[in-house]
Design a protein around this ligand. Structure first.
Ligand SMILES: [Zn+2]
Ligand SMILES: [Zn+2]
Length: 329
């Protein structure tokens, strides 16, 4: 499969998809029923449903019983931590193995044709991938686990929760389906905050060292950013929910950044089959820093004037914004 059928390489070695980034006709007025119905399957499949099913599996087979969760104890906390480590290795490791170890499709569909840096003082161990793996396991998975452990303890003691599948099936399934939108909105808010200069310099800069990201870059963040990033658990401390919903959030927040940071536009699965990874917007955020704070379904960046759709016109508009700002500084 030839990536020149889907995009073109510019003179600086960046591959640019022909298709511009667009928002689905969902958050528009007046409502567009046909557009909404066309969007719905794409919203649910494959990622929304995959993470919901993974949450069901993890809740059923890989989470200690509610009775055990009522008191904090090293044995079950250790099991939850170990389970999250293994899931991270499996999921993030698989993306990395495919694109960066086996280099299964070479640089086809790679936004930046270069490979991660292996001799750069900007990164720990002078190596981007090793640096990213370090932050993922030294801080990311422990802080994800801490949020999850406290949430499970709160549920098991009846301090939060109150929703069961038997009592309200529609709300139960609806909340699972709503998660990607909740996660996206929460991410936009905290991400915008992290770009406030004092926080950016001290905290978020670490994630942005990855101007040419790979799957392990997704969770490569400063510990303060991990604390804030996983605070999405708070949503379920407030609204009636079930531990399964909190698990779904943890799994999506912990594992899906890998697919959002592959640095590739498509997974090539055969001569004629490929799967689009709809995260070009976030790649552009890593390249240009001040565009596309959200990526996905809600046109937040459009509303707040930071949208970049990947076109030369958007490049030009960004240049003009930067010029005006540097004149006023
Ligand atoms: Zn990122
Ligand atoms: Zn950022």
């Amino acid at each position: 499969m030839n990536d020149s059928d889907f995009g073109s390489e510019n003179t600086r070695g960046y591959w640019i998809p022909n298709k511009r980034i667009q928002y689905p006709p969902v958050f528009v007025w007046p409502p567009q029923l046909v557009g909404f119905l066309k969007w719905l399957p794409k919203y649910v499949f494959p990622w929304g449903i995959s993470y919901a099913l993974l949450a069901v599996f993890v809740w059923t087979f890989l989470t200690p019983s509610m009775e055990r969760l009522t008191t904090f104890s090293a044995d079950w906390i250790g099991l939850v931590f170990l389970r999250n480590i293994v899931l991270t290795i499996l999921v993030v490791g698989t993306w990395h193995l495919w694109f960066y170890v086996k280099r299964a499709q070479g640089t086809a569909f790679k936004f930046n044709r270069r490979w991660p840096l292996e001799d750069s003082p900007a990164f720990l161990f002078n190596n981007q991938t090793k640096d990213n793996i370090f932050w993922t396991f030294a801080s990311g998975v422990p802080i994800w686990t801490a949020w999850e452990v406290v949430s499970l303890w709160l549920y098991s003691n009846g301090y939060v929760g109150g929703l069961s599948f038997a009592e309200d099936k529609v709300l139960f399934v609806g909340l699972l389906l709503l998660l990607p939108l909740l996660h996206e909105f929460h991410f936009f808010c905290i991400h915008r905050l992290l770009h406030w200069p004092p926080l950016y310099r001290r905290v978020h800069r670490l994630h942005h060292l990855n101007t040419n990201p790979g799957p392990w870059s997704g969770l490569s963040m400063h510990p303060v950013e991990h604390l804030v990033y996983f605070s999405g658990f708070l949503i379920y401390w407030i609204i009636p929910s079930h531990p399964l919903h909190a698990l779904n959030l943890g799994l999506m927040a912990g594992l899906s950044p890998a697919q959002g940071h592959t640095g590739f536009d498509r997974v090539v699965l055969g001569d004629k089959v490929s799967l689009n990874l709809p995260y070009y917007a976030h790649y552009l955020h890593h390249r240009f820093f001040e565009v596309n704070y959200a990526d996905g379904n809600i046109p937040l960046d459009k509303w707040f004037g930071s949208f970049h759709d990947g076109s030369p016109e958007a490049d030009e508009a960004l240049k003009q914004r930067r010029k005006i700002r540097s004149r006023s500084e």
